[in-house]
Design a protein around this ligand. Structure first.
Ligand code: NOJ
Length: 535
């Protein structure tokens, strides 16, 4: 029997290198720090790691401002360290996914520096989006940066360049074949070094249309584009539909070319996952058509409230949409761009949700620290470094809270993360959340993740479709209970604040929190908790 590709139901552990583990005492995590902790990662029971960017960068946007995509930033180490990391990961049978950032470069990239020195209309400027302003001196259009403020910055000779993010992140012109060729070179560079896949940053943003037109609602656009999740979801989605630089047809041609390149590596199954915030949700499935990418992130769980109606809607829709193109969904509860799930919905709620989604078909992404139940760090405004905070003059707090370094050991901050001063302060209250402390506590979040992932590997890989037993499709009790069966496992989540009785067959093998009361086939699930029961 032919086995399924490794990525189909893989659990992928996302590492934000700067915040993971510092091996040299400079206060920032690095590649050798990751290598030193690969045994810890392997013991969690995950299949792969995804590394957020570690490339040469002035670090104006946490490394998503790449100055040389084919080298390692000295703060993280060097290429030899990257090779060692990949080799050790492979020894442990962990796949390695790298980030690729094709929408923009850093303004420190040699191409942009050359563009600044060359005049209007030059081949160097044509790699980016350089235009003259309007006769009244205003920028070519009224587009807004996702980090706040205008999406255009003027250079000395009066021309403007486009940047959907920070002004230090000029957008690349994907109509220029040189850009295609350079990215293919970068993909090959990392594949030749042994990488198994890519997470594609802003995968929906590469192609721009109507660059000479104003958007009719720049204020709305600005609010919709901020990733601060405060806007009503419906309203934001409606506005996203109107964005002339997202989700254009041309992006799919790029991924079809990349797919051929990936498939030409016959010695491994290269995979790619798209970061694509698109609307309507049906559009996301275009990125995973058979000749394009392998996975697309489903971001809806990052914002969905902890109620049965919303969660059922998000989960069921994602399963159905993906299956319409023969793909499997992805599930992520946290990442480096959004509030940590424990802070957003609560401790026991986030464990309940994790247990629930780990039983679903598809691939699950775990943001480093999520396994510890880490909340967002508490920061002073003076600590914040996110360009989103800076460009909105503090109106949006930004994403630093989720990026506070991991606590590893000991009783006092910086909890073994570094021997120096951590780049963001680590809360003094995290003594019980260190890896060391959680390892010793059988009830800890860490041990819960380990046990869950071991049981997932045993019972839930290739376990077939989801059969809903209790859901909003099933009448009145469904308001605070979701139950489905997949393979031999029945999964139930109690979303209410009271214990709830369920009648399910089998033996309970996993409980997310609290204690279970079960007699004569009746099971009382604690408040805000989930169970797995094996038939
Ligand atoms: C998405 C990344 O996840 C985020 O961290 C970054 O700021 C933007 N893309 C720009 O690259």
């Amino acid at each position: 029997m032919k086995s399924e590709p490794w990525w189909k139901e893989a659990v992928v552990y996302q590492i934000y290198p700067r915040s993971f583990f510092d091996s040299n005492g400079d206060g920032e995590g690095d590649l050798n720090g990751i290598t030193a902790k690969l045994d810890y990662i392997k013991n969690l029971g995950v299949d792969a790691i995804w590394l957020s960017p570690f490339y040469t960068s002035p670090n104006k946007d946490g490394g998503y401002d790449v100055a040389n995509p084919r080298d390692v930033d000295p703060r993280f180490g060097n290429l030899a360290d990257a090779k060692t990391l990949i080799a050790r990961a492979h020894e442990l049978k962990l796949r390695v996914i790298a980030d690729i950032v094709p929408n923009h470069f850093s303004d420190q990239h040699e191409w942009f520096q050359a563009a600044l020195k060359s005049g209007r209309g030059s081949a160097e400027r044509n790699r980016f989006h350089f235009y003259d302003g309007n006769p009244d001196g205003t920028p070519p259009n009224n587009w807004i940066s996702l980090f706040g403020g205008p999406a255009w910055t003027q250079v000395e000779d009066g021309q403007f360049y486009l940047h959907l993010f920070d002004s230090t992140q000029p957008d690349l012109n994907w109509e220029n074949p040189e850009v295609h060729a350079d990215f293919e070179k970068t993909l090959r560079f990392w594949l030749d070094l042994g990488i198994d896949g890519f997470r594609i940053d802003v995968a929906h943003g590469l192609v721009k249309e109507d660059i000479h037109k104003n958007h009719p609602n720049p204020q709305g656009l600005s609010e919709a584009l901020r990733l601060d999740f405060e806007m009503d979801v419906q309203e934001r989605n409606a506005l996203l539909l109107s964005v002339p630089f997202f989700d254009r047809q041309g992006v799919h041609e790029i991924y079809r070319q990349w797919r051929k390149l990936f498939d030409s590596y016959k010695d491994r199954e290269v995979m790619a996952v798209a970061e694509a915030w698109v609307h309507p949700p049906e559009n996301a499935t275009r990125y995973v058509r058979p000749d394009e990418l392998h996975q697309v992130f489903n971001f809806d769980l990052l914002t969905a409230p902890f109620d049965a109606q919303s969660l059922f809607g998000v989960i069921n829709r994602s399963i159905q949409l993906n299956s319409s193109v023969g793909a499997l969904p992805t599930w992520a509860l946290s990442n480096h761009d959004s509030p940590r799930v424990a802070s957003r919905i609560g401790d026991s709620e986030s464990r309940a949700l994790a247990l629930f989604v780990f039983a679903l078909p598809g691939s699950a992404y775990v943001f480093a620290g999520q396994e510890l139940g880490l909340p967002d760090g508490e920061l002073q405004d003076s600590d914040r470094q996110d360009p989103m905070f800076i460009r909105t003059q503090g109106e949006t707090k930004g994403r630093d809270g989720a990026r506070v370094p991991l606590p590893w050991s000991g009783d006092t901050t910086p909890f073994g993360f570094t021997t120096g001063k951590p780049w963001l302060p680590i809360n003094q209250t995290w003594q019980k959340l260190t890896v060391e402390s959680e390892q010793a506590d059988p009830q800890s979040s860490l041990n819960f993740y380990r046990e869950t992932l071991a049981l997932r590997a045993e019972h839930l890989i290739n376990a077939g479709e989801v059969h809903w037993i209790e859901s909003p499709l099933h009448g009145k009790r469904s308001s605070d209970l979701l139950v489905f069966k997949r393979g031999d496992v029945t999964v139930a989540m109690n979303l209410s604040e009271k214990p709830q009785e369920v009648r399910i067959e089998g033996r309970v093998i996993m409980l997310s929190s609290g204690s279970l009361d079960s007699t004569n086939g009746k099971i009382l699930i604690p408040a805000h908790s989930s169970i797995w029961s094996l038939n």
